[in-house]
Ligand binder design. Structure first.
Ligand code: P6P
Length: 345
């Protein structure tokens, strides 16, 4: 029997990013180095998450973050690891983190070109239960004027719509560490961390989300607070009309993990919709624009789907009013999103 053909054409994230760089003659390599630092932060966060229970890293840190969430020990460690990696890259000028009230400026690199927004450990309230959590990131480029004169970008310079993003993605720390990244105008690519090699390997090239799938993902515990059109929309999925020949329609399946990265990754792979609507309890929604909604919206759109806010505006065109500003969000398969939009007209 012939030896199994070993795949020697292994594409690591480093190689993928480098090959991307070579497609752009004007590229300086700064983005490549920034991504190297990013992937190191994912590897180190993954390392601690996998050992958390063993080295007593679960549970509360005894502190609270900017929006009052109780910080888990891993929230603090994940945030510190991420800040150190961005600082060490020398290519990040400003960093916005869910765990930091103010923008962090790396003044030691006054001419660095990039701003990074991140949620170092999204879904951390699920950590102790062993549910997949993740790191969400969004990369944007500062204006030539800010880069040239090396001044600190004003906060207003950082409050840009998601259409300005250069790249975005997330790493989900689940059964394995799955990284999903997309660059402006490009495809969505998935990488799996091979811990033995210490490399993210391309395992899901050019991810295209199914155009439709009868799965909805929302916290129904908030139904009491939903707008009427939202209630009607989800009811139309749960109680579908009878078919022409009088048979019961087929209801959608409900899947809700409560960790955005895990719900987003499943939606990307299987299709369906994920929603965290703005409602009477959270009029601006719960999820943050800069480091949850916008990066995920860019991934969903570039994988062939859509993402809108609770007013059915394209999420990538929503401009945050502050660095921790929130928005309602519906995102997922193209045709499923057409139904959302039609139901909320
Ligand atoms: P709820 C986790 O706390 C998070 O920020 C997202 O990861 C997740 O989608 C959402 O909040 C879950 O919120 O209110 O359903 O527990």
């Amino acid at each position: 029997v012939g030896a199994e053909k070993i795949n020697t054409e292994i594409i690591t994230l480093s190689r993928f990013i480098t090959e991307e760089q070579h497609k752009h003659p004007e590229a300086t390599g700064d983005f490549t180095l920034l991504c190297q630092a990013l992937q190191f932060s994912f590897k180190s966060i993954a390392y601690y998450i996998r050992r958390a229970t063993l080295i007593n890293l679960t549970g509360l840190a005894g502190s609270a973050n900017t929006t009052g969430d109780d910080q888990k020990k891993l929230d603090v460690i994940g945030n510190d690891l991420f800040i150190a990696a961005m600082r060490g890259s020398g290519k990040c000028r400003a960093l916005i983190s869910e765990e930091e009230e103010e923008v962090i400026y790396f003044d030691e690199y006054p001419n660095a070109k990039y701003m990074v927004a991140c949620d170092p450990i999204d879904g951390s309230s699920n950590l102790d239960a062993g549910v997949s959590v993740g790191t969400i990131f969004a990369i944007s480029k500062l204006s030539d004027e800010v880069i040239a004169n090396g001044r600190r970008p004003e906060v207003k310079d950082l409050l840009a719509a998601g259409t300005e993003l250069v790249a975005s993605g997330f790493t989900m720390y689940g059964a394995s560490s799955q990284l999903v990244i997309t660059m402006k105008g490009g495809s969505v690519n998935g990488f799996t961390l091979d811990s033995a090699l210490g490399e993210f390997i391309l395992t899901h090239p050019n991810m295209q989300m199914p155009k439709k799938r009868a799965i909805y993902s929302v916290n129904e515990g908030n139904s009491l607070y939903w707008e009427d059109k939202t209630v009607q929309y989800f009811n139309s999925l749960k109680f579908p009309p009878k078919t022409a020949d009088g048979k019961d329609g087929k209801p959608y399946s409900s899947r809700y993990i409560g960790s955005m990265v895990a719900d987003a990754y499943r939606t990307l792979l299987y299709g369906g919709i994920f929603a965290y609507p703005a409602d009477k309890k959270s009029p601006k929604g719960k999820l943050r624009i800069l480091y949850e909604c916008a990066p995920m919206a860019m991934v969903m759109e570039q994988a062939g789907g859509q993402a809108v806010d609770s007013n059915m505006r394209r999420l990538l065109e929503v401009v945050p009013e502050s660095i921790h500003d929130r928005s309602g969000i519906y995102m997922g398969s193209y045709e499923e999103m057409e139904k959302v939009i039609a139901a909320h007209k």
